[in-house]
Design a protein around this ligand. Structure first.
Ligand code: GLA
Length: 396
């Protein structure tokens, strides 16, 4: 939970950089997210429906009298400390490919490019989102660091900064310091989602609306056991494929294309391009249906949306993997049996491994969760299942 993590980050700052009694120290938190539906639609200017999680990243910070940024970072599940140290008044380099500190360096460069200036700082980071599972550990990290830098500034410059601006700096860091051409969903969820609700986000206007998930619907999240790294997956290729189809149809993004237009131009396109575009267009309609289903407290229809989304991601967009497909199929059978089909499961996040999200009518949630844990325990070394407390939505 965020209070515990914040206390841990403060303690880490105190242990590694002197006393937190220092009146100038401050600490902030940014959550991870699970996306209910609207996958690979954000960079096509479409709609997404993520929820903030209770897990995330806490950052404690205090200014230094020089120009050095000195950072220590710890994941709650790891024993070691990661460190980074660089001068903020000189050009900030990106380090080797997999260096964790690139995210931090990238957001500071992005903020400097917007004209913000900072003193040096001692920073301590503590996070509890497992990495490589599709729950946005990097967006949580980058947004938390930005909030911490702004909180340290405490000047008029920080009070005018919007969630959209924070998300854009965090995205810039991913694009330029981590090789991932991601959309804005994860960063917007970390910067603007309200705990306990889903956030319907229009990725073109960046307008959002909070959608309350009723207690009758429970959300579970489980890791398939397959770790993935988006920057080295085909994620960037999928983005290029979508842009190419839109351009071929004379539009800037797939948001401006509907199924009818796509079908009339089918002969000009490869079968592969058609399938990629078809996923994005049909996913858009599923987001709208899913919002209605949540508002109508209808776990059956919401479950249909998730199941169709998974099939579309599996066959048309081709971003799933066999272990995830098997877990989703098993969960759907379990929901049919335990909940009369009132729910469904699908992969969540960028794909190529990672987590599945499950929605189920709350009266059957504990039976489905028990079967989920049993299934994973014989296949995955350290099963990860997030339940109501950690997904923050739906209290049965
Ligand atoms: C990753 C990216 C997001 C989004 C999803 C797929 O999480 O960071 O921008 O594209 O994949 O929906």
């Amino acid at each position: 939970m965020s209070d515990t993590l914040i206390a841990q980050a403060r303690a880490l700052l105190s242990n590694t950089h002197g006393s937190t009694q220092d009146a100038q120290s401050t600490a902030v938190f940014a959550p991870g997210r699970v996306n209910l539906i609207g996958e690979h639609t954000d960079y096509n200017d479409g709609f997404v429906l993520p929820c903030a999680l209770a897990i995330g990243t806490a950052v404690a910070i205090k200014p230094r009298s020089d120009h050095i940024i000195h950072t220590v970072s710890r994941h709650v599940a790891a024993s070691g400390l990661l460190r980074d140290k660089f001068a903020i008044d000189r050009p900030i380099d990106r380090q080797s490919k997999d260096f964790w500190g690139n995210y931090l360096r990238g957001v500071i460069v992005a903020m400097q490019q917007s004209g913000l200036r900072f003193p040096g700082a001692d920073i301590a980071i503590v996070g509890d989102i497992p990495q490589g599972v599709g729950l946005s550990s990097s967006a949580s990290l980058t947004v938390a660091i930005i909030r911490a830098m702004l909180a340290m500034g405490r000047s008029s410059q920080s009070s005018r900064i919007t969630a959209q601006q924070i998300a854009r700096w965090a995205q810039w860091s991913e694009h330029h310091f981590a090789d991932c051409q991601c959309g804005l969903m994860d960063q917007m969820a970390a910067a603007a989602a309200s705990p306990g609700e889903a956030m319907l986000l229009d990725c073109r206007s960046l307008e959002s609306r909070q959608i309350r998930v009723p207690p009758a619907i429970t959300i579970l999240v489980a890791h398939s056991g397959v770790e993935r790294k988006l920057a080295t997956s085909e994620y960037n290729l999928r983005r290029q494929q979508c842009t190419m189809v839109a351009q071929r149809l004379g539009k800037t993004s797939l948001r401006d294309i509907d199924i009818a237009l796509l079908s009339t131009r089918a002969n000009d396109m490869s079968e592969l391009d058609l399938r990629r575009a078809r996923h994005v267009l049909t996913e858009g309609t599923r987001v709208a249906r899913a919002v209605k289903a949540i508002e109508n407290e209808d776990p059956f229809e919401l479950g249909r949306c998730l199941r169709e989304s998974h099939d579309s991601l599996r066959y048309d967009f081709e971003v799933s993997v066999p272990q995830v497909d098997a877990l989703v199929e098993h969960l759907n059978h379990t929901i049919d049996h335990e909940a009369n089909g009132c729910g469904g499961a699908r992969m969540t996040g960028g794909g190529f491994g990672g987590c599945v999200v499950v929605i189920v009518k709350s009266s059957a949630a504990s039976a489905v969760e028990a079967e989920l844990r049993r299934y994973l325990s014989s296949r995955v070394a350290k099963p990860l299942v997030l339940t109501t407390d950690q997904t923050l939505v739906a209290t049965a």
